[in-house]
Design a protein around this ligand. Structure first.
Ligand code: FPP
Length: 236
Protein backbone atom coordinates (compact mmCIF):
# COMPACT_ATOMS: atom_id res chain seq x y z
CA UNK A 1 0.00 0.00 0.00
CA UNK A 2 1.35 3.43 -0.87
CA UNK A 3 2.09 5.72 2.05
CA UNK A 4 -0.30 8.68 2.41
CA UNK A 5 1.42 11.98 1.62
CA UNK A 6 2.99 13.63 4.67
CA UNK A 7 1.93 17.06 5.90
CA UNK A 8 5.55 18.08 5.36
CA UNK A 9 5.14 17.64 1.58
CA UNK A 10 5.92 21.33 0.94
CA UNK A 11 4.56 21.41 -2.61
CA UNK A 12 1.07 20.47 -1.42
CA UNK A 13 0.82 22.61 1.68
CA UNK A 14 -2.28 24.82 1.54
CA UNK A 15 -1.35 28.47 1.44
CA UNK A 16 -4.46 29.41 3.41
CA UNK A 17 -6.40 27.33 5.96
CA UNK A 18 -9.72 28.53 7.39
CA UNK A 19 -11.18 27.03 10.56
CA UNK A 20 -14.62 27.02 12.14
CA UNK A 21 -13.56 26.41 15.74
CA UNK A 22 -16.66 24.61 16.98
CA UNK A 23 -17.41 22.57 20.09
CA UNK A 24 -16.00 24.68 22.93
CA UNK A 25 -19.31 24.65 24.82
CA UNK A 26 -19.74 20.88 24.51
CA UNK A 27 -16.12 20.32 25.60
CA UNK A 28 -16.83 22.28 28.79
CA UNK A 29 -20.24 20.66 29.36
CA UNK A 30 -18.73 17.16 29.15
CA UNK A 31 -16.52 18.16 32.08
CA UNK A 32 -19.29 19.85 34.08
CA UNK A 33 -17.63 23.24 33.56
CA UNK A 34 -19.06 26.62 32.48
CA UNK A 35 -18.86 27.28 28.71
CA UNK A 36 -16.11 29.90 29.12
CA UNK A 37 -13.70 27.13 30.18
CA UNK A 38 -14.20 25.67 26.71
CA UNK A 39 -13.48 28.98 25.02
CA UNK A 40 -10.33 29.45 27.12
CA UNK A 41 -9.12 25.97 26.22
CA UNK A 42 -10.02 26.78 22.61
CA UNK A 43 -7.55 29.65 22.66
CA UNK A 44 -4.81 27.11 23.57
CA UNK A 45 -5.80 25.10 20.50
CA UNK A 46 -5.61 28.23 18.39
CA UNK A 47 -2.10 28.98 19.67
CA UNK A 48 -0.94 25.43 18.92
CA UNK A 49 -2.62 25.27 15.50
CA UNK A 50 -1.10 28.62 14.52
CA UNK A 51 2.39 27.37 15.45
CA UNK A 52 1.77 24.11 13.56
CA UNK A 53 0.59 25.97 10.45
CA UNK A 54 3.62 28.22 10.57
CA UNK A 55 5.96 25.27 10.98
CA UNK A 56 4.72 23.53 7.82
CA UNK A 57 4.63 26.66 5.67
CA UNK A 58 0.98 27.74 5.72
CA UNK A 59 0.93 31.50 5.06
CA UNK A 60 -2.61 32.41 6.17
CA UNK A 61 -4.76 31.01 8.98
CA UNK A 62 -8.30 32.37 9.34
CA UNK A 63 -10.40 31.42 12.35
CA UNK A 64 -14.08 32.10 13.03
CA UNK A 65 -14.15 33.49 16.57
CA UNK A 66 -17.39 35.50 16.76
CA UNK A 67 -20.16 35.66 14.21
CA UNK A 68 -22.73 38.38 13.58
CA UNK A 69 -25.24 35.82 14.94
CA UNK A 70 -23.31 35.17 18.19
CA UNK A 71 -24.73 38.35 19.76
CA UNK A 72 -27.84 36.28 20.52
CA UNK A 73 -25.90 34.20 23.10
CA UNK A 74 -26.37 34.95 26.81
CA UNK A 75 -24.90 38.33 27.75
CA UNK A 76 -22.29 36.83 30.11
CA UNK A 77 -20.94 34.56 27.36
CA UNK A 78 -20.80 37.45 24.84
CA UNK A 79 -18.93 39.58 27.39
CA UNK A 80 -16.68 36.63 28.24
CA UNK A 81 -15.70 36.08 24.60
CA UNK A 82 -15.09 39.83 24.07
CA UNK A 83 -12.82 39.91 27.14
CA UNK A 84 -10.99 36.72 26.19
CA UNK A 85 -10.43 38.04 22.66
CA UNK A 86 -8.97 41.36 23.90
CA UNK A 87 -6.85 39.71 26.61
CA UNK A 88 -5.51 37.15 24.13
CA UNK A 89 -4.53 39.82 21.59
CA UNK A 90 -2.65 41.77 24.27
CA UNK A 91 -1.05 38.68 25.84
CA UNK A 92 0.11 37.21 22.53
CA UNK A 93 1.48 40.43 21.05
CA UNK A 94 5.09 39.96 22.28
CA UNK A 95 5.09 36.33 21.02
CA UNK A 96 3.62 37.39 17.67
CA UNK A 97 6.35 40.04 17.36
CA UNK A 98 9.05 37.45 18.05
CA UNK A 99 7.45 34.88 15.74
CA UNK A 100 6.85 37.43 12.94
CA UNK A 101 3.06 36.83 12.98
CA UNK A 102 0.86 39.42 11.30
CA UNK A 103 -2.69 39.98 12.53
CA UNK A 104 -5.84 40.93 10.67
CA UNK A 105 -9.30 41.10 12.17
CA UNK A 106 -12.09 40.53 9.65
CA UNK A 107 -15.68 41.58 10.16
CA UNK A 108 -17.93 44.49 10.84
CA UNK A 109 -16.45 47.10 13.15
CA UNK A 110 -19.92 48.61 13.60
CA UNK A 111 -21.48 47.49 16.86
CA UNK A 112 -18.22 46.45 18.53
CA UNK A 113 -17.62 48.14 21.89
CA UNK A 114 -15.11 51.02 21.74
CA UNK A 115 -12.64 49.23 24.01
CA UNK A 116 -12.64 46.15 21.75
CA UNK A 117 -12.12 48.34 18.68
CA UNK A 118 -9.15 49.99 20.36
CA UNK A 119 -7.53 46.60 21.16
CA UNK A 120 -8.04 45.46 17.56
CA UNK A 121 -6.61 48.61 16.01
CA UNK A 122 -3.64 48.80 18.36
CA UNK A 123 -2.65 45.15 17.95
CA UNK A 124 -3.16 45.08 14.18
CA UNK A 125 -1.03 48.21 13.80
CA UNK A 126 1.73 46.88 16.08
CA UNK A 127 2.02 43.65 14.06
CA UNK A 128 1.41 45.11 10.60
CA UNK A 129 5.10 45.17 9.66
CA UNK A 130 5.53 41.42 10.26
CA UNK A 131 6.10 39.25 7.22
CA UNK A 132 5.45 35.70 8.45
CA UNK A 133 2.15 33.85 8.74
CA UNK A 134 -0.96 36.06 8.89
CA UNK A 135 -3.52 35.18 11.54
CA UNK A 136 -6.93 36.44 10.44
CA UNK A 137 -9.54 36.45 13.18
CA UNK A 138 -13.11 36.69 11.94
CA UNK A 139 -14.77 38.66 14.71
CA UNK A 140 -18.28 40.08 14.37
CA UNK A 141 -18.09 38.41 10.97
CA UNK A 142 -20.97 37.30 8.77
CA UNK A 143 -20.49 36.46 5.13
CA UNK A 144 -23.89 37.70 4.01
CA UNK A 145 -23.28 41.06 5.67
CA UNK A 146 -19.85 41.19 4.00
CA UNK A 147 -21.46 40.55 0.59
CA UNK A 148 -24.26 43.07 1.22
CA UNK A 149 -21.75 45.76 2.19
CA UNK A 150 -19.71 45.02 -0.96
CA UNK A 151 -22.87 45.29 -3.08
CA UNK A 152 -23.75 48.60 -1.41
CA UNK A 153 -20.26 49.93 -2.17
CA UNK A 154 -20.69 48.93 -5.84
CA UNK A 155 -24.03 50.72 -5.98
CA UNK A 156 -22.60 53.83 -4.33
CA UNK A 157 -19.72 53.96 -6.81
CA UNK A 158 -22.18 53.54 -9.71
CA UNK A 159 -19.87 50.93 -11.27
CA UNK A 160 -20.45 47.16 -11.33
CA UNK A 161 -17.27 45.10 -10.86
CA UNK A 162 -16.06 43.65 -14.16
CA UNK A 163 -14.23 40.63 -12.71
CA UNK A 164 -14.36 38.28 -9.73
CA UNK A 165 -11.06 39.78 -8.54
CA UNK A 166 -12.57 43.25 -8.57
CA UNK A 167 -15.52 42.06 -6.50
CA UNK A 168 -13.20 40.18 -4.11
CA UNK A 169 -11.32 43.40 -3.48
CA UNK A 170 -14.51 44.90 -2.01
CA UNK A 171 -14.78 42.21 0.68
CA UNK A 172 -13.32 42.32 4.20
CA UNK A 173 -10.89 39.64 2.98
CA UNK A 174 -9.45 42.00 0.35
CA UNK A 175 -5.86 40.98 -0.42
CA UNK A 176 -6.20 37.55 1.25
CA UNK A 177 -6.07 34.51 -1.04
CA UNK A 178 -9.06 32.14 -0.94
CA UNK A 179 -8.60 29.24 1.49
CA UNK A 180 -7.62 25.94 -0.12
CA UNK A 181 -8.76 24.06 2.98
CA UNK A 182 -11.67 24.72 5.34
CA UNK A 183 -11.78 22.77 8.60
CA UNK A 184 -14.82 22.50 10.88
CA UNK A 185 -14.55 20.71 14.21
CA UNK A 186 -17.18 19.08 16.44
CA UNK A 187 -19.09 17.06 13.85
CA UNK A 188 -21.22 19.88 12.41
CA UNK A 189 -21.17 20.01 8.62
CA UNK A 190 -22.21 23.47 7.50
CA UNK A 191 -20.65 26.85 6.70
CA UNK A 192 -22.65 28.95 9.18
CA UNK A 193 -22.28 32.19 7.19
CA UNK A 194 -18.46 31.89 6.99
CA UNK A 195 -16.49 32.87 3.86
CA UNK A 196 -19.32 31.95 1.46
CA UNK A 197 -17.71 33.64 -1.56
CA UNK A 198 -14.13 32.75 -0.63
CA UNK A 199 -14.79 29.01 -0.14
CA UNK A 200 -16.19 28.46 -3.65
CA UNK A 201 -13.40 25.95 -4.42
CA UNK A 202 -12.11 25.09 -0.94
CA UNK A 203 -11.74 21.50 0.17
CA UNK A 204 -13.86 20.84 3.29
CA UNK A 205 -12.58 18.75 6.18
CA UNK A 206 -15.04 17.84 8.93
CA UNK A 207 -13.99 16.12 12.12
CA UNK A 208 -15.83 14.96 15.25
CA UNK A 209 -13.00 16.33 17.40
CA UNK A 210 -14.11 19.26 19.56
CA UNK A 211 -12.05 22.41 19.02
CA UNK A 212 -10.30 22.36 22.43
CA UNK A 213 -9.01 18.85 21.55
CA UNK A 214 -7.88 19.89 18.06
CA UNK A 215 -4.12 20.39 18.28
CA UNK A 216 -0.99 19.99 16.10
CA UNK A 217 -1.52 16.29 15.34
CA UNK A 218 -5.14 16.85 14.28
CA UNK A 219 -4.08 19.77 12.07
CA UNK A 220 -1.42 17.64 10.38
CA UNK A 221 -4.03 14.92 9.80
CA UNK A 222 -6.36 17.45 8.15
CA UNK A 223 -3.53 18.61 5.89
CA UNK A 224 -2.65 15.00 4.98
CA UNK A 225 -6.29 14.42 4.08
CA UNK A 226 -6.27 17.59 1.95
CA UNK A 227 -3.12 16.41 0.18
CA UNK A 228 -4.88 13.21 -0.86
CA UNK A 229 -7.72 15.11 -2.56
CA UNK A 230 -7.88 15.69 -6.31
CA UNK A 231 -8.84 19.30 -6.98
CA UNK A 232 -10.47 19.81 -10.36
CA UNK A 233 -11.99 23.31 -10.11
CA UNK A 234 -14.88 22.23 -12.33
CA UNK A 235 -12.60 20.66 -14.96
CA UNK A 236 -11.94 16.96 -15.61
C1 FPP B 1 -17.73 27.75 18.96
O1 FPP B 1 -18.01 26.84 19.98
C2 FPP B 1 -16.84 28.80 19.47
C3 FPP B 1 -17.12 30.12 19.52
C4 FPP B 1 -18.39 30.69 19.02
C5 FPP B 1 -16.20 31.10 20.12
C6 FPP B 1 -14.76 30.87 19.82
C7 FPP B 1 -13.98 31.87 20.56
C8 FPP B 1 -12.76 31.68 21.05
C9 FPP B 1 -11.96 30.46 20.89
C10 FPP B 1 -12.13 32.82 21.81
C11 FPP B 1 -11.88 34.02 20.96
C12 FPP B 1 -10.54 34.52 21.13
C13 FPP B 1 -9.61 34.62 20.16
C14 FPP B 1 -8.30 35.16 20.51
C15 FPP B 1 -9.81 34.21 18.77
P1 FPP B 1 -19.47 26.80 20.62
O2 FPP B 1 -19.49 27.76 21.76
O3 FPP B 1 -20.49 27.08 19.57
O4 FPP B 1 -19.53 25.32 21.11
P2 FPP B 1 -20.79 24.36 21.16
O5 FPP B 1 -21.30 24.23 19.74
O6 FPP B 1 -20.24 23.09 21.69
O7 FPP B 1 -21.79 25.01 22.06
Amino acid sequence: MSKPPQAQDAAAIPRHIAVIMDGNGRWAKKRGLPRMFGHREGVKSLEEVLRACDSIGVRWLTVYAFSTENWSRPEDEVQGIMGLFCDTLDRKRPDFMKENVRLKVLGSRAGLPQKVLARIEENEAALSGNTGITLCIAFNYGSRRELLEAAARCAASGKAPATEEEFSSLLWTCGIPDPELLIRTSGEQRLSNFLLWQCAYSEFYFTETLWPDFRREQLLEAVRCYQARVRRFGGL
